[in-house]
Each structure stands twice: as structure tokens, then as C-alpha cells.
Design a protein around this ligand. Structure first.
Ligand SMILES: NC(=O)c1ccc[n+]([C@@H]2O[C@H](COP(=O)([O-])OP(=O)(O)OC[C@H]3O[C@@H](n4cnc5c(N)ncnc54)[C@H](O)[C@@H]3O)[C@@H](O)[C@H]2O)c1
Length: 418
């Protein structure tokens, strides 16, 4: 088995942490038990480009139990947990290529090593496998039955390929399942982004002004949690409907050129480029904290920050202090990469349970239905989405009502009124 991880002697610690996460992943555990019996992925090679965390280890094991040969590489150079990567190789027998803080060259070398297995299913978080296949390794596409995509940014890239009729195989947009983005993006990113900022800085949020850029699923989650901790939350948006929603949810909303003067802490969650840039840095308060929790490290214009700074020093793990002309300082967290994965542990396992159950069941769906699928981006089938919600409720011990016969009839009829 091929692999490239930092240090196999870290495996014991990783194994305990994987076991801990599994305790909170009851839906995935049920899928795994069924996969072990039915082997729906028998004979298939699955290549996963995901954050190498405890939850991913449990997903990789589920795919392996389902009969697949699994290879894993990182979807972000700063999110790999080296102890988990070691345990994935040593204890779970998963071919893993990921080292925390690897440089860009190693990052892509690892993606290519994982792709060397000639996968039948690709599983992406940010579409790096798909884009490597489409840009540099087109011949691999003939082996691929289909792929899945975990995050908003990846789905946007894939829909752009689809629109240009360049997509070489079908994709299931796991991100777009209700049991994914309504929970993972909102509650998972909401909690873990704040966890990352607090772990990196120990900043007191009560009374601080926190500027949240983007009021999508992730931004809503962060804004809601930051308010709960006593921060004055300011939202920046470009979409009028989302902005209106933020207003009616009771947040202050203004353009970044105004917000940049007020914020003590900034966090971007837009999936867009250069949301915080030169003209904003120049107006920020001394000591402002700037972080990103959108997928790529492009939401903060770091090259511009470098250009206008006279000095830069690492003041603390995950905190680079930039001094601008005139002496004001700006603290950039986690090199502008996903702060929840750089400085904290990513989303809590309980929320990844649903996201990764979607991933495993979407893989099974591809294995069973690939002949019917076109080179398009598909939603996760509704029956999968609903079954995950049902199982999650059951695992939480929550019961809900069911429709009576009379109600069923009422809801499909047009004749009945007052
Ligand atoms: N940190 C994590 O673990 C994590 C988890 C899930 C998703 N993500 C990533 O977070 C990002 C946001 O995801 P989402 O699901 O919330 O997407 P979304 O599409 O629901 O929301 C993005 C919002 O940003 C707004 N926006 C775009 N450009 C902007 C700009 N210049 N200024 C202000 N607002 C702007 C959009 O109008 C939209 O409302 C994506 O890159 C996604 O891949 C990160």
C-alpha cells in the first residue's frame, strides 16, 4: 500500500480520536454496518480529496467496509491532522497522502499520487480532483463512473464546467442536500469558525464588533453564534435578498468600506475573491483580527496586505501580525485558510455524520445507477436526503408526528376549504 504521512508513530493518538468521533456519527455507523454486509462498492476504487480529520477517517472506513479500495489526499494543506493520517494508514489500511502544512507542490503531488490509483469514483471538497483530471489527467476520466462534491465552492466550479459542456463525468452535489448545507454549513461552520478564531487568539467576543462577510449558510451560522456570545455583529453582502434577510434578522449591514473601520474581528465566508483588500486594511483599527472560513485562501487579499506592510512577524501559532506604514497592526489568522480547520478541529462529528452519510450513500447511488447518469451535476436523490434526516432524528432519540389518513387526503386535495 502506498502512502505519504508525517509520522506513523502518531497512529495511537489518531486511533483514539477517530473512535471518539465515531461515537457521534451514528448515521454513518448504520450505513457502515449495512455496507459491511452488502458490499455495494465491491471492486470499485474510490479516491477522496477531503480534509484529513477524524470524521473523514470514519467515512474512509465506511467506504472500505463497503468493498472499495480507498485512497485519500488532503483538500487543504493546513487542515490535515497528522495523527489521524497515521492511523488511517496503520490501523485502517487506507492509502493516505497528506502532511499538515505541506507546500503547494507537495499538495498537488499528493493529489496526483491518490489519483494514480485510477479511481472509479472521485470524492471532492473543493473540486481539486475533478479539476486536476480535467486540466492535466484527462485519460483518467474514462475510468470514472461518477464523483461527489462536498462544498459550495466546489459545486460552483463543477456547475461552471457543466455549463461549458466540459464536464467529463456525472457529479452528485452532496453540498446541496438539505441534510448537508442546512446543518454542516450553518451549525458546523457557525460553531467551528468561532472555535478556530477563539483558539487562535483567545479574543473575548462579548462586546467586540465582529464583521461577517457573506450571509449564506455559513455566514448565517457564524453571525448567529457570534451574537449569542455577545458580539455586535455587522454583515457585509452583495445579494439584496440575503442582505434584507440579515436586516430582518436584526443585524447591522453595511458595505465593507464602512465595516472595516468598525470591526475588531473580521471573518469572510463568501466563496468570493478579495472581499477584504487594500482599501479596507488601510482603514482598519490597530490590532484588528482578520480570518477566512470560505473554502480557498483568496477571500482576503494577502498579497496586498504584504505589499502595504513594513513588518511581519508570527506572534502566536496561527497569528501573523502585519505592521502597516504609520504603525497600525493587523493580525491575519491561519494564513487566510479555513480557520475552523487550521486552528480548531473542523466541524463537530455529529454534523459531519450527516454530510458523510450523504457522501457514502451517494457513492452507493453512483455504483448502482451510473449507467443512467449523464455528464451533469445532480442533486442528492431526495430519498437519501430524507432517510438521513430520519435516521439522525432516531439517533438523537427524537420522535415526530406522522400524517393521519385524513391529513394525507387533505394535503393533496383542492376541494376542501372553510
Ligand atoms: N469553513 C468550512 O468548513 C466550510 C464549510 C462549508 C462551506 N464552506 C465554504 O464557505 C463558503 C460559503 O459557503 P455557503 O454555503 O455559505 O455559500 P452561500 O452561497 O450560501 O453564501 C455565500 C454568500 O456570500 C455572498 N457574497 C459573495 N460575494 C460577496 C462579497 N464580495 N461580499 C459579501 N458577500 C458576498 C453571497 O451573496 C452569498 O450570500 C464557500 O466557499 C464554501 O465552500 C466552508
Amino acid at each position: 500500500m502506498k502512502y505519504d504521512v508525517k509520522d506513523l508513530s502518531l497512529a495511537k493518538k489518531g486511533s483514539l480520536r477517530i473512535e471518539w468521533a465515531n461515537e457521534y456519527m451514528k448515521v454513518l455507523e448504520l450505513v457502515r454496518k449495512r455496507f459491511k454486509k452488502e458490499k455495494p462498492l465491491k471492486g470499485l476504487k474510490v479516491c477522496c480529496c477531503l480534509h484529513v480529520t477524524t470524521e473523514t477517517a470514519n467515512l474512509a472506513l465506511t467506504l472500505k467496509e463497503g468493498g472499495a479500495q480507498v485512497s485519500v489526499c488532503a483538500s487543504n494543506p493546513l487542515s490535515t491532522q497528522d495523527d489521524v493520517a497515521a492511523s488511517m494508514v496503520k490501523d485502517l489500511g487506507i492509502s493516505t497522502f497528506a502532511i499538515r502544512a505541506e507546500d503547494n507542490k507537495t499538495y498537488y503531488k499528493h493529489i496526483n499520487s491518490a489519483l494514480d490509483t485510477k479511481p472509479n469514483i472521485t470524492m471532492d471538497d473543493g473540486a481539486d480532483l475533478v479539476s486536476t483530471i480535467h486540466k492535466a489527467r484527462k485519460t483518467l476520466a474514462s475510468h470514472v463512473l461518477g464523483g461527489t462534491e462536498e462544498t459550495t465552492t466546489g459545486v460552483i466550479r463543477l456547475k461552471s464546467l457543466e455549463k461549458k459542456r466540459l464536464l467529463l463525468y456525472p457529479i452528485i452535489a452532496v453540498n446541496d442536500a438539505d441534510t448537508k448545507h442546512l446543518f454542516d454549513n450553518r451549525y458546523g461552520t457557525g460553531q467551528s469558525t468561532i472555535d478556530g478564531i477563539v483558539r487562535a487568539t483567545n479574543v473575548l467576543l462579548a462586546g467586540a464588533t465582529m464583521v461577517v462577510s457573506g450571509y449564506g449558510w455559513c455566514g448565517r451560522g457564524v453571525a448567529m453564534r457570534a451574537r449569542g456570545m455577545g458580539a455586535n455583529v455587522v454583515i457585509t453582502e452583495i445579494d439584496p435578498t440575503k442582505a434584507l434577510e440579515a436586516v430582518m434578522d436584526g443585524f447591522s449591514i453595511m458595505p465593507m468600506i464602512e465595516a472595516c473601520k468598525k470591526g475588531d474581528v473580521f471573518v469572510t465566508l463568501t466563496g468570493d475573491i478579495n472581499v477584504i483588500r487594500k482599501e479596507h486594511f488601510e482603514l482598519m483599527k490597530d490590532g484588528a483580527i482578520v480570518a477566512n472560513s470560505g473554502h480557498f485562501n483568496v477571500e482576503i487579499d494577502i498579497p496586498a496586505l504584504e505589499r502595504i506592510s513594513t513588518k511581519k512577524r508570527k506572534v502566536k501559532e496561527f497569528v501573523e501580525e502585519y505592521t502597516l506604514k504609520g504603525g497600525r497592526r493587523i493580525n491575519l489568522l491561519g494564513e487566510g485558510r479555513l480557520i475552523n480547520l487550521a486552528a480548531a478541529e473542523g466541524h463537530p462529528a455529529s454534523v459531519m455524520d450527516m454530510s458523510f452519510a450523504n457522501q457514502a450513500l451517494s457513492c452507493e447511488y453512483i455504483a448502482k445507477n451510473y449507467k443512467k447518469l449523464e455528464k451533469r451535476v445532480y442533486k442528492v436523490p431526495d430519498f437519501i436526503d430524507r432517510s438521513i434526516a430520519k435516521l439522525k432524528l432516531e439517533s438523537l432519540g427524537v420522535k415526530i408526528d406522522t400524517l393521519t389518513k385524513e391529513q394525507e387526503k387533505y394535503l393533496v386535495s383542492w376541494e376542501l376549504g372553510t
